[in-house]
Design a protein around this ligand. Structure first.
Ligand SMILES: Cc1ncc(COP(=O)(O)O)c(C=O)c1O
Length: 425
């Protein structure tokens, strides 16, 4: 273990990590169900599903078998000028799970690239028709990924300040707190009414990285309808909210209106392999059809449509279609709701937010909530010493566990959060 850590220190540069001051990482040597096992013989519950990706738990037999079977057939093939059965199956099944207006699936590598593709689709949709619409609307607090386009439409601030001079201009709407919904809709209408407005992108109902900030389906419904009334394209970034996280299969299932483009990743492969999808309507797709080659979407990645990832994603959909999937989500949602209720009046708790399998506890701090709140490291270490891998977003502690989590494991997570609240009193 010491040897591994030394080599990690020698050779590895970790994401979102100040390497000079960060404590040693956990050395995980095995993952099974909701549990992670470290080289020094300890166990940790994976309370945030390994950066929100693991859906059914680690080492899931059906997903594993699909991966092994696919390896026997095709590992990877070029996806321009060639196709393969699992990509075709996946595209058909994903379209089948989405509202009727969705037709075409574009493959990429992860959440950020699925967003990049969506941005390119909307800009080129207008460009191909010689319509001068070049501005995108996003929500304050948004997080859409770490590539340049995705950063451009995300919340500006300390995460991306060094690159800000390279971003394209974006119009931001304030976060739609319940009491501000009308105000935000008025601001939205002003932006949508401009001839230049190409599209709006939102994380529907839950802004993940902002601290699991939640807003109402009725607001989203009205926002989408408003955008459509001004021919503004609507992109839903369901990278985090997709695959049951909000209690329904997709956050868009809470409303009747539908977006024009949806971005999917994270739980798409059950959290086993990286894969991103950008799914578009027929109208979007048609705008790229022409005898002129440059009107095509000239975008792709070496690993586009990776066959192993597609096979695992198809197997993931098998699991999603099983009745146990809905039952687990329902069970976790109910457990979360009861736990949340028990904390509402806690003197250290500012707010509890819950939707489906996501529950966030915002801890009171002096000053406003922040990703760099001092309590974050205290909470992280407290959880680690109690066998829980929880990565708070500043002073916001949240759980979005794999759906295989047992009620006993959930109780351990809740006890951990209650313990933290006593610990800091
Ligand atoms: C809503 C949303 N969009 C996009 C991304 C970026 O996905 P990835 O980290 O796979 O690039 C994330 C990642 O957390 C996300 O939460």
């Amino acid at each position: 273990m010491a040897d591994l850590l030394q080599k990690d220190r020698n050779y590895v540069w970790h994401p979102f990590t100040q390497m000079q001051t960060a404590p040693d990482p956990l050395v995980i040597v095995k993952a099974d169900g909701a549990t992670l096992y470290t080289a020094d013989g300890k166990e940790y519950l994976d309370c945030n599903s390994s950066w929100w990706v693991t859906l059914h738990g680690h080492n899931q037999p059906h997903l594993k078998q699909a991966l092994l079977n696919q390896f026997e057939q095709i590992d990877h093939v070029i996806f321009a000028g060639a196709t393969h059965p699992k990509a075709i199956e996946l595209a058909e099944r994903v379209v089948g799970l989405l509202p009727d207006n969705f037709r075409k699936v574009f493959f990429s590598d992860d959440g950020s690239t699925s967003v990049e593709v969506a941005i390119k689709m909307v800009f080129q949709f207008w460009h191909n028709q010689s319509i001068d619409k070049k501005r995108i609307v996003a929500l304050e607090g948004a997080y859409h990924g770490d590539t340049f386009g995705a950063m451009s439409i995300s919340q500006r601030g300390y995460f991306n300040a060094p690159f800000e001079h390279l971003f394209f201009e974006v119009d931001y709407l304030p976060f739609p707190y319940k009491q501000k919904e009308e105000e935000v809709l008025i601001a939205a209408e002003k932006l949508f009414a401009s001839d230049e407005c190409a599209a709006i992108i939102v994380e529907p109902l839950v802004q993940g990285s902002a601290g699991m900030m939640m807003y109402s389906p009725s607001f989203l419904e009205r926002l989408v309808a408003l955008a459509k009334s001004y021919q503004v394209l609507v992109i839903f970034d369901e990278v985090m909210t997709g695959w049951g996280r909000t209690g329904k299969l997709f956050a868009m299932n809470y409303i009747d209106s539908t977006p024009d483009i949806v971005c999917l990743s994270k739980g798409l492969t059950g959290g086993v392999l990286p894969l991103g999808l950008t799914v578009a309507t027929e109208a979007i797709y048609t705008a790229f059809l022409s005898p002129i080659k440059t009107k095509a979407l000239l975008h792709g990645h070496s690993f586009t449509g990776n066959a192993l990832a597609c096979a695992v994603a198809c197997a993931n959909i098998d699991l999603i279609e099983a009745t146990s999937f809905k039952e687990s989500i329902h069970r976790i949602s109910e457990q979360h709701a009861a736990f949340g209720d028990s904390l509402i009046t806690h003197p250290k708790v500012q707010e509890v937010r819950q939707m489906g399998t996501i529950i966030a506890v915002e801890i009171k701090v002096s000053g406003s909530s922040s990703y760099f709140a001092e309590i974050r490291d205290i909470a992280y270490q407290y959880f680690i010493s109690n066998g829980l891998l929880i990565r708070p977003l500043g002073n916001i502690v949240f759980l979005n566990p794999p759906y295989c989590v047992t009620n006993e494991e959930l109780s351990r997570m809740y006890d951990g959060i209650r313990g933290l609240l006593s610990h800091i009193e």
